[in-house]
Design a protein around this ligand. Sequence first.
Ligand code: FUL
Length: 481
Amino acid sequence: MKLRSFLHTLIAFVFVFAQAHAQRSSGSNARPAPSAAQLAWHDTEFYFFIHFGPNTFTNKEWGEGTEPESIFNPTDLDCEQWCRVAKLAGARGIVITAKHHDGFCLWPSRYSTHTVRESPWKAGKGDVLRELSDACKKHGLKFGVYLSPWDRNHPKYGTPEYNDVYANTLTELLTGYGELFEVWWDGANGEGKNGKKQTYDFPRFEKLVKKYQPNAVIFSDIGPGCRWAGNEQGTVNETNWCTLDTAGFGRGATGPATQTLQTGQENGKLWIPAECDVSIRPGWFYHSEEDNQVKTPETLFQIYLKSIGRGGNLILNIPPDRRGRIHENDSLSLQTFGKIIEHGFNQNLAFKKPAIVSERSSTSIKQLTDGSKDTYFQFLKRKETNDFGSVDIDLQVETSFNCLKINEKIKKTGQRVKSFSLQIWKEGAWVEVCRSTTIGARKILVFPPVKTNKVRLIIHDAIGFAEIGELGLYAVSFSPK
Ligand code: FUL
């Protein structure tokens, strides 16, 4: 008996050790680093969220689960139109509510009788996920699914058997619609004190995702792939660590404090970057009375700066209307927003400009402006001054810009920068134009326009060393032609 419990302890220890080791890169200076799936996820940056289902037709945000299936009947569903709008906006993928809290399945699931199959749409022969996954493939967009754990319709909800139902429906999604880049687990639950209680078997669900879709990243309050940013405004804190400790926390009400989700934790043991969710309208589902409350391109750009520009990903909700199409007002705003991004970031004014470094480094300084965010320059700590030195870039001609875009090479060595600034050479002196804290996957800072022929990037503080991938200077305009 004693030997058995010793062996159990030993196995548990080895398991925990192996897990921690897998999260870290080797070397004494090791920090948590992203997995291959998370690296690809960081590069996906911006994607659409689609909330669509019975609520679209009942004008609600949270359905009761008792809505008759006959209510789901889009008159002109066009997933290709969603994809065309996504492309124009610059989005790289689409995540859809395969099942929201009302339990209605947008695909003909074998494990529910509350699905598109029971609806009049396409005489019960339709499958929204099939149409959308095919359209995404055709338009070169990634595809992901939201499958609400909370289910107000399924008779088994609140019993251990519901875990089988959830595992089975999840497996249908994981195996039936090609490659998924993200699986979204919403923490919401409105059952209240006297409502049904469900203990979810998340470890089982995680195993299924790993087995069938090893390249998919799981979103929830605590990841493990990416974390909620702690609000539904689409923003993350300016200081944003991709690292987090999740031991002792659960999803939903038992998740970490929202402030922790907003900032991550500098010394967190796991790589769980922030995803910022927000809707282009006040609601998540379509309501015609909100047709004139669509966020403007300028507002979307401000959100972009506070999410993607702070090293997070942005999942922007665009709810299709009762036709099953993205409304004209939303599509117009998104097109202009797409132009702001496309025009603003199409020319790095520092591209291939010569750089002079204050200290020797084992990496080439040319890599800071070579057009690739994956090649990098390493700043090492200087003993005398206790900082990480600086780099001057000779722009050769007087150049006007109002934006800095910079990234850390997070692959293998993780996130390290704690403080940096940019200065310009002006009338015989260095003048600071912007300063910030963390960088991570990227930092984008917009400031009043300046004109200069030389800039200086200073790394004030970092954990061990700093590896900067690319330094970009841009002239961003809020009203592109
Ligand atoms: C919340 C849900 O309750 C909302 O309906 C929506 O799906 C949003 C993205 O997450 O927790």
